[in-house]
Design a protein around this ligand. Sequence first.
Ligand code: ATP
Length: 861
Amino acid sequence: MSVMLKPVKPQLDEPEAIGQGLSDEEVRLRREEDGFNELQEEKRKSAGAVFIDQFKDFLVIILNIAAVISAFLGEVESSIVILSVVLLNAALGTIQHVKAEKSLNSLKAMAAPSANVLRNGKVVQIPSREVVTGDILIINAGDYICADARILESHSLLINESSLTGESVPVEKNAEFVSGEHVALGDRKDMAFSGSFVTSGRGKAVVTAIGMDTEIGKIADLLEHAKEKSTPLQERLDQFGKALAIGITVICVIVFGLDVIRGRELSDSFMFAVSLAVAAIPEALSSIVTIVLAFGTQKMAKENAIIRKLHAVESLGNISVICSDKTGTLTQNKMTVQLFYTDGQMLGHDQLQPGNKHHEKLLRMALLCNDALTADGQEIGDPTEVALVHIGKQYGFDEQAERELNPRVGEIPFDSRRKLMSTIHRIGHKQVMVTKGATDVLIPRISRIELAGGVQAISLHQIESIRQASHSFADGGLRVLALAYKEVLPTLPGAAQEEGLTFLGLIAMMDPPREETEQAVADCIHAGIKPVMITGDHKITAIAIAGQIGILKDPSEAVEGKDIEKLSDEELKAQIDRISVYARVSPEHKIRIVRAWQEKGNVVAMTGDGVNDAPALKQADIGVAMGMAGTEVAKDASSMVLTDDNFSTIVKAISNGRSMYNNIKNAIQFLLSGNAGAIFVVIYASLFALPVPFLPAHLLFINLLTDSLPAIAIGLEPHSKKVMKEKPRDKDEGLFSKRDVMQITTEGLLIAAVTIIAFQYGLSAGGPADATTMAFATLCLARLFHGFNCRSKDSIFRLGLFTNIACWTAFLIGVILLNLVLTFGLFEAAALDKVQLYIIYGLAFVPFVVIQTWKLIFVKS
Ligand code: ATP
């Protein structure tokens, strides 16, 4: 695609505005004029449309048909009750839908993209939507460009514009390039466009257009807005609902047919069929899943895990492998310099000698080839570089002063693939390139060595000594940086190559594991999840740290990126189980590691922060991006974002995911076992030619009111630590196992048995009206008591009677509602005497006692 553009002038009023960025007042004025920097999204569904959607549900359609036929048969009251309940249900459904959507949107806002801009002379991070024209963007590798902007400054700046031009090769951007009048978008090398992202390098740019005025805004209507799909669970429930509806229809027709053949009156036969349909339909099912997911994701957000894609919540419980970055996720990302190696000597961090020119040069060069800085007493930047600034300070060197004295005239930024960084400085009359990076990458580029006595050609023996020193540092779990330099021709600084360098020294720094990591790793292993460390660091450093935190038992479990390059996909797959640590890995290796695990049937979580991690994050079943150190591109590719970048947060999220799944399943079992109870009673009455045991209104009252509150309470059952003692759930496992179906049926039979006893008693002692009322009240109460049974597999006495107060609240509200119906004779309820009430309460309590006793005896705690 080529779009012709007119050159755009930066809308800056005064030149000094670039130096300081915009002031708050200017921002306010520009915002008033142009609004926020956002693309107009597709219109959200109105509440009315959501309300109408509720009637498209197959089960609701059956109910409506039942209401219409009831009316025809003269059962106007039943018909009105069914219709009003359907309306109430649709209203509740709409409220829940709108609320759940709101809660999801607020989560999304927490993970919304941000931008670094210069304002009031300071670099600040702001949400992308707050960017205005004239803002100075500070852009770094991994950033999304959130507005169209003219490049003011660029250092090896490569930008991927595939979302605009379809071209996936990144384009080099250059501040010095001036494009002519009519240049295709892809050739505007002096512009960065909204929707593109920085693959490497850094720079500054002034915003020229925002929101719908940007190039991407102009073609925004061509963009597909990613819609939140239903989660696998919701899909399975939908399918289940459809199968259920067909099953119900078939059974209803059979029951109706049998009744008619046996000579029952048509209207009676029909009321049986309607009762059966109403009894079987779990009206509250789908809204309960939505509510539990909404509550659960909010809880997870409070615990630092933001779910970006709802299906991730379910997959969390299936995770069997976590591939985690080392630096910052397993470790604290707080580097401190521990040791030096220079002039053939190993020295402690406090053993450099002030006044020693050679030692001072090592420190000062470490400050020059460095982007970290101190501002307002705070050290800002990459922790590796911050550590260098910090140690410099301890020896009395100020990074700003050094950088002013030896200004930077060129640079090749750090790249985790090259594992090197170089800067070129004007030092006196000379131009000097300073290079720092991983020892093994730097050594082949070195030809000379600087010792206290001067510079000389490096010998094989000296190289070996450097290697050994680096090795022994890494053995202690330290990160090692090698430092070297060379003089370059002032005329050709841009063509400087990182070779023929003079070795200056090694600097080793410590990044201790996070305190919680060891326990989290142990929890993972306990829960049948394999933790795997992936790092750009040296293999020996990785082995030391992985050993400390329990990821690795034997050094043979560690390999390097270059080792897996030699393996075919098949070979990697064959070995994958025994590899716990991958060192010197490039982002490209990560995707192969994920695939190999997946091909072995595993569900994989993979962490990532860099722009190059995006493909692996997408490939993983759950891509986990770092909220603090992660790039916008990584966040965008992920399904979960950690706001604290902490490995233990992933483990906590898995525990939450497992619990949420269990809770939802328990709530569904509760609803279905209660419905099964009602169905059995209706079938029993039909088979034995008894009167209709329930009115449709009774069943709707139970299904929608007294059953939905306990179901929500079960869905919100406090999470138990026990979930992390089980193996991960198999990803192909259906919603219900045979055992679950047996359990639902048995519980249904128990509830049906006591209801039938109450019904029969009512028939013999009073008559059909008493019998129906007693059956309804017993069914309703038994199901309320049953709510406590479904809190967990375990007995409520082991869980603690009062550990889920919501369950008690739901129970009490249910009992009160039932008593209101009985007291005021609503839904044709007959007035019952005391004995009848005692019988109802006594019978309804029986399934609870039986199930709890069974759990106490047979379920191991
Ligand atoms: P992880 O994947 O665990 O997060 P990492 O991100 O720490 O690993 P990199 O940042 O890619 O890995 O670092 C790899 C190597 O590159 C380090 O061992 C170090 O030698 C070198 N290195 C790291 N940061 C810098 C830097 N700012 N300048 C120069 N070299 C660096």
